[in-house]
Design a binder for this molecule. Structure first.
Ligand code: PLP
Length: 459
């Protein structure tokens, strides 16, 4: 009778549960990317014994877990046995999303990692960076080094919330492909390095392995936001990064039904601050301690919606990448277009570097993602007259601040996603007033090009 089990018995059950989890992870690690995305670590045994035989993972729209007795409650809440206890800390639906993500982010390697799902990409960034920005009087004044070519929300989190409100210095790297610029910004007070791969909206990249080596030589971690590549194309942890962020809101949950963040960290990250427990298993530690206290949890419905879309990530990414390359090549040859920024183009400033890092999982084929940026020709530098004419003439493509959708979306970034960071911030991040970001969806590419063509005809 489980109602009579003692604390020690519950701890023993917990150890068996952990061993079972390890066994399922081991099996998953022998499988291909698509198989992991479809099954994760949810198997027949679990379906039959723990989920009424459901072929799909549990959707537990429930705030809390009930316990057999006080001994189980004590074992669970002191983290001596796995428990989901309360949905701000954990939930079985979130658990399956997290386990699948950790496997996909380390796919093709022996790396071990853990993941914590958050309420948004922004809260994943906050959860990833907070623990390194702690008081330590033995170190020089605190700062962190970040690429200036980041999503506008990340730019604001760093420059307004961190710097203006908290006085934590952010040192911007203007040209992330230039390793010397990263080197020049680091000193003894630097707590972490942060980059986006590829960046939104300028589609810039950096050498992940070299920047990771640089970070580690200073005893600090590299954090990479790889939302626009996703693990189907680029797995930063495998190239040496310590923590990877996904705004899973985008291409991972690309039906566009939910806002979700995923923070995945490899085991034994590098950091000169924090506890041994934190370094050993950062994502689990973050989940059990600061996340529990701060509350940036993901609703379980969001977890299930994300998990369902994630199953087809690789094939969607392939189709979107093929279409985005065609669109980029077509635009590049159009007389009304000034430039196209897309890592798959020969003209891209870091095409060789992109080849090294952007490859479809389980294929030797380089693929470069769904996102491109283009400048429309204007009569005068700094104008956006033609860009707006083109933008307002789009008939099928949606005008919105979104990306990674099944539907193609175009964004005039200077007045939307990167509006709040102001002219100076946009100059720092090289965002021009006439730049249009196009996030190619899964429609037929001929229809996407036809809409772009008729809109350019209006200019
Ligand atoms: C690269 C990147 N990171 C983070 C975010 C923030 O994610 P969320 O909107 O899920 O908070 C975005 C949103 O556009 C993004 O594009």
């Amino acid at each position: 009778m489980k109602e009579n089990y003692t604390l020690d018995q519950w701890i023993e059950i917990g150890q068996e549960m952990m061993a079972d989890r390890e066994r399922r992870i081991k099996i998953a690690k022998t499988r291909k990317f698509d198989t992991i995305a479809v099954h994760g670590i949810y198997d027949l045994k679990q379906a039959l014994e723990q989920n009424s035989g459901s072929i799909m993972e549990p959707t537990y729209l429930s705030t809390a877990e009930v316990y057999y007795n006080s001994a189980q409650m004590e074992a669970g809440l002191s983290y001596q046995m796995p428990t989901w206890c309360y949905s701000r800390i954990a939930n079985p639906s979130n658990y399956f999303l997290e386990e699948t993500t950790a496997l996909l982010e380390t796919y093709g390697s022996d790396l071990e990692a853990s993941c914590v799902a958050t309420s948004s990409g922004m809260s994943a960034i906050r959860t990833a960076t907070d623990p390194f920005l702690v008081k330590d009087d033995s170190l020089p004044p605190m700062n962190f080094v970040a690429s200036a070519k980041v999503y506008g929300g990340s730019f604001q989190q760093f420059s307004v919330r961190r710097y203006q409100e908290q006085g934590i210095e952010v040192r911007w790297v203007k040209n992330p492909t230039n390793l010397d610029e990263w080197i020049s910004k680091i000193d003894g007070g630097t707590r972490f390095i942060y980059g986006e791969f590829p960046s939104n909206p300028s589609v810039d990249i950096f050498d992940i392995s070299e920047v990771a080596d640089l970070a580690h030589s200073h005893d600090i971690p590299l954090i990479v936001d790889s939302t626009c590549a996703s693990p189907a194309l680029t797995r930063p942890l495998v190239f040496g990064a310590d923590i990877v962020i996904q705004s899973a809101t985008k291409v991972i949950a690309n039906s566009g039904t939910t806002i979700v963040g995923l923070l995945t960290a490899k085991k034994n990250i590098t950091s000169k601050v924090g506890s041994d427990d934190m370094r050993e298993d950062f994502a689990t530690w973050a989940k059990l301690w600061p996340y529990r206290d701060n509350g940036p949890c993901l609703h379980p419905m969001g977890a299930i919606l994300t998990l369902n879309d994630m199953r087809t990530l690789r094939m969607r990414m392939a189709q979107m990448s093929i279409a985005a390359l065609k669109v980029s090549e077509w635009l590049e040859n159009h007389p009304k277009i000034n430039r196209v920024y897309y890592p798959g183009l020969e003209s891209y400033h870091a095409h060789e570097m992109a080849k090294k890092y952007m490859k479809l999982a389980d294929s030797d084929e380089n693929m470069y993602g769904f996102m491109l940026s283009t400048d429309i020709k204007e009569a005068n530098e700094g104008d956006s007259i033609n860009a707006r004419k083109f933008y307002d003439a789009l008939q099928m493509i949606f005008r919105a601040t979104d990306l990674g959708r099944v539907k193609t979306i175009a964004t005039l970034t200077a007045i939307s996603t990167h509006q709040q960071q102001g002219e100076e911030g946009r100059r720092l991040a090289s965002i021009k007033p006439n730049a249009i970001r196009i996030a190619v969806g899964i429609e037929h590419v001929d229809d996407i090009i036809a809409d772009l063509e008729q809109a350019l005809d209006q200019v």
